[in-house]
Structure formats: structure tokens, C-alpha cells
Design a protein around this ligand. Structure first.
Ligand code: NDP
Length: 266
């Protein structure tokens, strides 16, 4: 059998840890495949590029997750529901699409027990899939976003939503930064006065940004809250994608220690 080739498509894509994560797992499991990165500028060329490069599977990162959804021939039920795909596998000439960000996120937060109410700071693409899976699992998700625009869709889906102007402080078990505030700047995801009001009531705080201590996590720590960054979410979405890539040949527990080594590199 010819060597299978996988890739991550995105723009930008140079920062992605996915090639390292997947190549470590392929090597450790002696699976004859390699994983590379591809700067895809025009999302409309996703399918054509996939077949031209002779790929077996891809992960998709910003800004192409919705285009990837439309490029797929077959979608699993959860991907169908949320309209966003980050993993595609070729099977008999057809592109099969999945979302592994959301189950990865769910697994990452499962260590926090006795959690019912969750506040999302932000309402972008990542919030879309994760809010949906959390609600399916019985959590009550509220969204607080800087501006009104992205909230309309969530309101239509029955979520409680607020902007900074309309927010009514209340207690939430988990507070999660789902914005890019703090990624390349030192911004908080919401005004400090709002955060100071709600942080004392939280059981824990999470940031989906990984690899740095964001201003949000610093503030949460100053309130003596348990915190967690986005590394586990990244790791777990990768493991679940790897399971699809290799047709469930390996268990989560076989893949995890191999992929986890990627987080030892800076
Ligand atoms: P989107 O561009 O889809 O959404 C961005 C969101 O952040 C919007 O709600 C936007 O608000 C808000 N926002 C941006 N800047 C600020 C700011 N300065 N203050 C307050 N709100 C702000 O982004 P994604 O959902 O794709 O990504 C969000 C984060 O998730 C990123 O940091 C990304 O790195 C991280 N991520 C982590 C993953 C992991 O595996 N750990 C996986 C995927 C994403 P508005 O609507 O007002 O513009």
C-alpha cells in the first residue's frame, strides 16, 4: 500500500502543531504515513487541492472550517448539525467530514466536576461547535460577546446571550475564554469590572488559547481559581482526528502518549 499523506489546510498555517503531533503518532505506531502543512489561500479550492495532492486526510484550521463542511460528500451527524468541519478523510473517492474540536473540548473540560452552568466569553467559530456539544451533554451555556452581530445565531438556537452593555452579573460554574483576546495581545476578553464581578463565583476558568498564560488566566489565578489552557483541547481534537485518519485502528490511550510529546517542544 502506498504511503498515506495527510495535511493541515489553513491560512495562516505555519504556527500549527498538528504536523508534529500526527507525525509523532505515526512514527510511534509504525504507521506508514506522513503529515504536512498546506497554506490554502482560497477555500473554494479545498476539494481540488485535496485530490491534486493525493491526500488521504486533512485537518482544517481558520478560516476554512465552514468551506470544508460544504466540500464534503458525507458528514457525520454532529458535523451536519453545526456546519463546521475540522477533519476530512477520503474513503472510496468521497470526502467524509467530522468535527473533532467539540468532542476534544468536551473531554478537556471533563476533569471539572459538578459543573452545570457555563459562561462563554466570545461567540465565534470555536464557540459554535463547543456550545452545541455542551448543551447536548446537559450543560447550560450562556454567551457574552463584545458585539451583537455573532450573537443572533445563538439566540435563534435558544441560548441566553448578552453583550457587555446588556450583561447581568450572575454565578457561573465555569467561565471560558473563547475569544482571541490574549492570543497576540494583552487584552482581557471582557471588561475587567464584569470579570471581577463573576470570577469569585466560578469553580474554574478555562482559556482555549494555548501555550501562554493569557491575561484572563492571570486574572482567574489572582482569584485563586483552578485554571486550564487550550493545550488539552488541541491534543484531544488531534487524537480523535487520528482515530478517523487510521480508521479507528488504535485506541485513544495508545495515541495519547505519542502525540503528547509534541507539547514538550516550543
Ligand atoms: P473567531 O474569529 O471565529 O471569533 C473570535 C471571537 O473573539 C469573537 O466572538 C470576537 O468578538 C471575539 N474577540 C476577538 N478579539 C476580542 C477582544 N479583544 N475582546 C473581546 N472579544 C474579542 O475565532 P475562533 O472562534 O476561530 O477562535 C477563538 C479562539 O479559540 C482563538 O484564540 C483560537 O486560537 C482558539 N482556538 C483554540 C483551539 C484549541 O485547540 N485549543 C482550537 C480552535 C481555536 P466579536 O464578535 O465582537 O468580533
Amino acid at each position: 500500500m502506498a504511503k498515506e499523506i495527510f495535511a493541515i489546510f489553513g491560512n495562516p498555517v505555519s504556527h500549527s502543531k498538528s504536523p508534529l503531533m500526527h507525525n509523532l503518532a505515526f512514527k510511534g505506531l509504525k504507521y506508514d504515513a506522513c503529515y504536512t502543512r498546506y497554506l490554502l489561500e482560497d477555500g473554494n479550492r479545498l476539494k481540488e487541492t485535496f485530490f491534486r495532492l493525493g491526500l488521504k486526510g486533512i485537518n482544517i484550521t481558520v478560516p476554512h472550517k465552514e468551506v470544508a463542511f460544504h466540500a464534503c460528500d458525507v458528514l457525520d451527524d454532529f458535523a451536519k448539525k453545526i456546519g463546521v468541519v475540522n477533519t476530512v478523510v477520503e474513503r472510496e473517492g468521497k470526502l467524509c467530514g467530522y468535527n473533532t474540536d467539540a468532542p476534544g473540548f468536551l473531554k478537556a473540560i471533563s476533569e471539572f466536576k459538578d459543573v452545570k452552568t457555563v459562561l462563554f466569553l466570545g461567540a465565534g467559530g470555536t464557540a459554535q461547535s463547543t456550545s452545541c456539544i455542551l448543551r447536548d451533554e446537559g450543560y447550560e451555556v450562556t454567551l457574552l460577546n463584545r458585539s451583537q452581530g455573532r450573537l443572533a445565531k445563538y439566540r435563534a438556537d435558544g441560548f441566553q446571550t448578552y453583550t457587555f452593555e446588556t450583561f447581568e452579573p450572575q454565578a457561573f460554574d465555569l467561565i471560558i475564554n473563547m475569544t482571541s483576546a490574549g492570543l497576540e495581545d494583552e487584552n482581557l476578553p471582557a471588561p475587567k469590572e464584569i470579570l471581577q464581578h463573576i470570577l469569585p463565583h466560578a469553580k474554574a476558568c478555562i482559556d482555549v488559547i494555548y501555550g501562554k498564560e493569557t491575561p484572563f488566566l492571570k486574572l482567574a489565578k489572582s482569584h485563586k481559581k483552578p485554571t486550564k489552557d487550550g493545550s488539552d483541547m488541541l491534543l484531544y481534537q488531534g487524537i480523535i482526528a487520528f482515530e478517523y485518519f487510521t480508521n479507528q485502528r488504535y485506541s485513544f490511550h495508545e495515541i495519547k502518549p505519542l502525540m503528547q510529546k509534541a507539547f514538550d517542544f516550543n
